[in-house]
Design a protein around this ligand. Sequence first.
Ligand SMILES: [Zn+2]
Ligand SMILES: [Zn+2]
Length: 224
Amino acid sequence: MKCLICKKALTYRLTIKDLLWPDKISFPVICPQCQQGFAKIGAGRCPGCGRPKEAAMLCAECQAWQEKYGWHLKHRALYRYNDAMKAFMQQYKFNGDYMMRHVFHDEFVQAIQAAKADRVVPIPVTPTTMKTRGFNQVGGLLTGVKITECLQTRQKSKQAQSKKTRQERLATKQPFCLVDDCQLVDQTVLLVDDVYTTGRTLYHAAALIHKAGAREVISISLAR
Ligand SMILES: [Zn+2]
Ligand SMILES: [Zn+2]
């Protein structure tokens, strides 16, 4: 096995536990040096957007969302969007290296299962992105999880968010619609995205899901 990121050979030493429960072994897919580049977000975070923060109070941005909508997201992100994470996303999304989905898959799925939501709803990509990239990067992280694809993009293609300024991102119009018959009444819904940037995308999605009668909408992303 080679590290999925730097391609150096990986070594793994079996522990006694591995010998006792060989079916539970989870072999690493990246090396310890590459692992070190990623920064986990710990317990100190904003309860709204999940940004690392000492006091567990809503940050100014989340207070602004609260004012706009009358509710705020309860978002959790596993990692900071630092240089290592940017390089990872570049390789995974923009270079379309689908193998990269394995790097965080198990950890991400565990966090999703821990949230115990009735429905897991991935943020969709446009048909054009699907055609050029060949996959939905959010779906790739969710392999093996039962998902409800109740969101659709209204436009065939979109201007890449990554090329927009913060102001332009915040001014983005509702990009989604709900598919018919998604039955969200009284459900706890977990929205899933790859990166939380301004929150604009998730708030658009959450607003539709609230409107459809969901009891609670929470969200998670790999990075923030
Ligand atoms: Zn490596
Ligand atoms: Zn916040």
